[in-house]
Structure formats: structure tokens, C-alpha cells
Design a protein around this ligand. Structure first.
Ligand code: NDP
Length: 241
């Protein structure tokens, strides 16, 4: 059975990705950090669509937690293989660099960039030996062009973009693809405090995107049909560049 692990699958974009991947036939492993209720809601939505899945709690910033949880999962699921990994967990904690605290800098990088390293390193070997893998990293327009007030977030996402391109070259001949998806403004808890009315003036599509629109792209990248696409950063922004 082919499985997909989605970090931060309890809410927002991650929730929509879990549902979309389940619809394409993946058994979905829904990771979350603390929101057990929303993780259970994602699982309920996956099963309501006729899919299968399970929830798996761990903190992507904690290498020991990631290693022990995934080792235990692999040991007790010998007949299943994690063939797709979506590194989606992320936070923003904006401030002008001048006023940014060390913890604001470190936390944002820890979740996005170190989280990517912890999960990807753990799951790469089984993908290589199975000669099939799909690694999809959710980055941001902020990491592509840089946004004021987000030096921490832009640095984290730009770091993952570099890692995406480098890793894609390392593993392409083994049937493992590595791509990044860079959303613009998407309607989730993360953007709830932003003024959509003001920000849409800069978005050619004149609206925020929906998590399901990002999920559809991720589902394609996680499929066998995307086998010749690797090392790419694909923007999904309603025309905002
Ligand atoms: P949400 O705030 O809605 O959800 C964040 C998710 O990340 C939650 O499931 C949360 O789990 C999980 N998470 C946070 N920290 C950890 C951790 N340490 N370990 C494991 N899971 C964790 O975010 P979005 O859905 O908006 O964002 C998802 C991704 O998309 C992020 O990487 C974000 O940077 C990126 N993105 C979002 C955009 C947007 O406009 N919304 C635009 C561009 C990129 P829990 O529920 O347990 O707290």
C-alpha cells in the first residue's frame, strides 16, 4: 500500500492536501503538532471521501521525536511504504528585522527548514530503495521574491527552495522527484489576521486562493504522471509575482 505523509495535516493547506491525496488513492498519514481535534477532523473527511488514513503526532522541529515516531511506524507497518512526503508544516511570525527577536528568527527557521531536513532525511532511503518517491515542499512567494516584515519566513522558505533544487539532482536517477510549491495568499488560519480587502489590490486574480487549489497541484506532483518534473518551484499565486 502506497502511503503519503503530510506534515501539518491538521489544518489549512495540509488538511486539503490530505483529502486530495486520499482521493488519488494514497493512504494518508496526517501529522500534527498539537491540534488533535482538527487532525481527527481531517481523518474523518478523508474517510468520508472513501479514502484511508491515520493520524500521527510529532513535532517536526524535534529530530529525536521525528526519528522515533517514524521508526516505530515503519516497524509496525511492514506492508506499507511511504512513497510521498509533503513538507507542509510551517508558521509565520512577522516583524521588521530591526525588531525581530532571536526566538522569532529561530522558531520560523526551525519548523520550516529544520523540519524539512528531519522528515526528508528519515524517509529518503526507503524511497530510493523502492525506486519511487515524491517529495513536495510547501514554500511561499515570500521565499521567492522576499517580503518585508518576513526576513525569517523568506529565509526559511528560500532555504527550502535551495534544498529542493540540490536534492532533486541527488536523487533524480532513482525515480524520486523533489519539487516546491510556492503559494501566494491562501485563506487559512495563517492569513486570518491579514486584510484581504487591501491585499487583493496587488493580486491579478483579485482574490485569495483556497487550500483546495494548492492541494490539486500537490496531488498532481504526488502522482506518477509528474515523473519528469523535478527540482522545480511552481507558484500558485493568482498572478502575484
Ligand atoms: P496553518 O496555520 O493553517 O496550519 C499550520 C499547520 O502546521 C498545522 O497543521 C499545525 O499543526 C502544523 N504545525 C505547526 N508547527 C508544527 C510542528 N512543529 N510540527 C508539526 N506540525 C506543525 O497554515 P497554512 O495551512 O496556511 O500553511 C501551510 C503551509 O503553507 C506552511 O508551510 C505555510 O508557510 C505555507 N504557506 C501558506 C500560505 C498562506 O497564505 N496560508 C502562503 C504560502 C505558503 P497543529 O494544528 O497541531 O498546530
Amino acid at each position: 500500500m502506497k502511503c503519503a505523509l503530510v506534515t501539518g495535516g491538521s489544518r489549512g493547506i495540509g488538511k486539503a492536501i490530505c483529502i486530495a491525496l486520499a482521493e488519488t488513492g494514497y493512504h494518508v498519514i496526517i501529522n500534527y503538532k498539537s491540534n488533535e481535534v482538527e487532525a481527527a477532523d481531517t481523518l474523518a473527511k478523508v474517510t468520508a471521501k472513501g479514502g484511508t488514513g491515520e493520524v500521527l503526532q510529532f513535532d517536526v522541529t524535534n529530530k529525536a521525536d521525528v526519528d522515533s515516531t517514524l521508526d516505530a511506524w515503519m516497524q509496525s507497518n511492514g506492508n506499507k511504504r511511504i512513497a510521498a512526503l509533503v513538507n507542509n508544516a510551517g508558521i509565520r511570525d512577522d516583524a521588521l528585522l530591526m525588531w525581530m527577536s532571536e526566538s522569532q528568527w529561530k522558531n520560523v527557521l526551525d519548523i520550516s527548514l529544520n523540519g524539512f531536513f528531519h522528515t526528508t532525511q528519515k524517509l529518503l532511503m526507503p524511497m530510493l530503495t523502492g525506486k519511487f518517491g515524491r517529495i513536495i515542499n510547501i514554500v511561499s512567494v515570500s521565499g521567492v521574491r522576499g517580503l518585508p516584515g518576513q526576513t525569517n519566513y523568506s529565509a526559511a522558505k528560500a532555504g527550502i527552495i535551495g534544498a529542493t533544487k540540490a536534492l532533486a539532482r541527488e536523487v533524480a536517477r532513482k525515480g524520486v522527484t523533489v519539487n516546491a510549491v510556492a503559494p501566494g495568499f491562501i485563506r487559512t488560519d495563517m492569513t486570518r489576521d491579514l486584510s484581504e480587502k487591501d491585499l487583493v489590490k496587488d493580486i491579478p486574480a483579485q482574490r485569495f486562493g483556497e487550500p483546495e487549489e494548492v492541494a490539486a497541484l500537490v496531488a498532481f506532483l504526488a502522482s506518477e504522471k509528474s515523473s519528469y518534473i523535478t527540482g522545480e518551484v511552481i507558484s500558485i499565486t493568482g498572478g502575484l509575482h
